[in-house]
Design a protein around this ligand. Structure first.
Ligand SMILES: Nc1ncnc2c1ncn2[C@@H]1O[C@H](COP(=O)(O)OP(=O)(O)OP(=O)(O)O)[C@@H](O)[C@H]1O
Ligand SMILES: [Mg+2]
Length: 296
């Protein structure tokens, strides 16, 4: 795929359309030397993140991996303006994030549909009636339901959907109003391996069409490589950026045969080498490993 770069001249149309004329360069999110310390009444200060710096470009797919508790969700919440920073700054489209960043779509780690709304009502929930006519809202909702393979279930309530279908719906709910940037926090975490692959495939297909910017948190190293243009590796808490790895694999990618795709083994090997070192440090420190990390 074309990695969107200013000099490439082949930037995807959808990504270009999201970029405001005032933007200085190709960067949409700038995280500069950001730290976060939580003050808790019982445990005192918890340093979650330390000195994080990363830029994300328009149309880029960035995955973030790191051990449990290293601050991945906190980082997404800060970009979304839901958690204030302790130090550093975050710029979104060149402007500091102050308060809720309504320009980004956000799929939280425990994303749930509203149980009292049907699937189509859930998906269309965020479409502002002042901005979109009723017809536009219906068309957009229908298009995304179709893209996610949920046609025929529009009138179903969440309790009538499988876990994978509900997860799909919660993801397209964030995609439907086509924000320039979508933040996804382990969206496929609790799903079985097969459903997970199907959803990864669907997400990539939607992304190939829309080319929004995606920042995607995951524990899964295969998922991190399979989806991303770049993988950011965060250390054990306090989380720091250990490395940012480019994934030079072609697009479109075949999720179901990702191991056979040229470049996968090399990218995965490099990621695992960095991650293994991180695990070794934790083992040397006598820390227990979470089951998700061990299962990889
Ligand atoms: N609101 C809060 N108040 C106090 N501490 C918090 C708060 N939110 C997060 N933390 C602490 O900050 C650290 C990072 O939490 P965070 O949820 O960002 O980790 P994570 O990398 O997303 O973990 P996981 O992979 O398990 O989801 C943890 O030690 C957590 O206990
Ligand atoms: Mg988390």
């Amino acid at each position: 795929m074309k990695q969107p770069a200013p000099e490439s001249g082949s930037e995807p149309i959808a990504a270009a359309a999201h970029r405001p004329a005032t933007s200085r360069n190709n960067v949409v999110i700038e995280v500069e030397r950001v730290s976060k310390t939580f003050e808790t009444p019982r445990q005192g200060k918890v340093v979650a993140l330390e000195d994080i710096t990363i830029d994300v470009s328009y149309g880029e797919f960035v995955t973030v991996v790191g051990p449990s508790g290293c601050g991945k969700s906190t980082l997404l919440r800060m970009i979304a303006g839901l958690t204030p920073l302790s130090a550093g700054k975050i710029l979104y489209q060149g402007e500091p994030v102050r308060g809720l960043n309504t320009k980004v779509g956000y799929v939280p780690q425990e994303s749930k549909l509203f149980p009292w709304l049907t699937l189509e009502e859930n998906v269309g929930f965020g479409l502002d009636p002042r901005r979109y006519s009723r017809k536009e809202r219906e068309d957009r909702t229908h298009n995304f339901i179709k893209l996610a393979g949920l046609e025929g279930f529009e009138k179903h309530y969440p309790s009538q959907l499988s876990g994978g279908m509900a997860k799909r719906a919660s993801i397209i709910r964030a995609l439907v109003y086509e924000p320039a940037v979508i933040l996804m926090d382990e969206p496929f975490g609790p799903l079985d391996a097969q459903t997970r692959m199907i959803l990864q495939d669907e997400l990539l297909k939607i992304w190939e069409q829309k080319r929004q910017t995606i920042v995607f948190v995951t524990h899964d190293l295969v998922e991190a490589v399979a989806l991303a243009d770049r993988v950011a590796i965060v250390t054990h808490r306090p989380g720091r950026i250990k490395d940012i790895l480019k994934v030079p694999m072609d697009r479109p990618r075949n999720i179901f045969e990702i191991h056979r795709q040229k470049g996968f083994d090399e990218a995965y090997g490099r990621l695992w080498n960095i991650f293994r070192h991180e695990l070794k440090i934790r083992l040397d420190q006598g820390q227990s490993l979470d089951s998700q990390t061990l299962s990889r």
